[in-house]
Design a protein around this ligand. Sequence first.
Ligand code: SF4
Length: 270
Amino acid sequence: MCKYKEDVDKMCWSYSRLTSFEHCKYEFYLNYIVNDNEEYLSEGNFYAEVGSYVHQILAMIFNGELTPDEASQYYVDNYDSNVFYKTRESTMDKTFKTCADYFATVDFGWLNDYEILGVEKEVKFQLEGYDFIGYIDLLLRDKRDGKIVIVDNKSSEYPFKLNGEVKAKSKHSFETYKKQMYLYAYSVMQYYGEFPKEITWNHFKDGGKFATIPFKKDEYEAAVKWFVDTIHIIEKESEYEPNLDYFYCKNLCNFRNSCEYIKMKSSEKE
Ligand code: SF4
């Protein structure tokens, strides 16, 4: 029996909650069950902060608040008031330049073929009796065939090889990102009564290359089953064991400065 049944029962689920549990049960426990505790303060990181800043500028462009021509200068002018976390100097310089290049060269002419249905669109829905929330970066309707497309802005590397296969190093993350998009496909069906025809990732740190896959019913059903099965596992969880993945723990985890497991691991290394 889960020790925290009450907390779990009233949870509003999301892609990030469930993937957080899959990655490190202890991080899930600190983030969503302990939640807002002085001893375990949740903090962001450089990579997430730059990603949010780029998402924010893209949303402004898609909402018509900024023209594509203004975006590059806006990015440079407002970078320091949006990105505060630090990491290695060389990584920060490279990331700043990669995103600046993206905004300086990106061409949104392709948008003329689409009607924008939503930008950072909040979707709330129930899946097998569980409450879910999500935010779709960009939801479009293709004017040429009237069908819906889900677009997600991603900071990760473009995942496909020249022959169209997924690169070995991108396989795990690609499968995870697909689950998120299929969860949003479920919400698209709830809101619009139809599934999207395609899912597209905009890899803005990889020259703005689009990775597109068709909606596949079998993959969708497997993803939906994964979300429900994972909730069932959490409902029975009582140990919340850590997953000590050293790079993630030291650089990306929101509890990297308070988690006792990584502190212990670091002191063993010294
Ligand atoms: S630092 Fe590592 S072990 Fe600790 S909560 Fe974060 S991911 Fe889990």
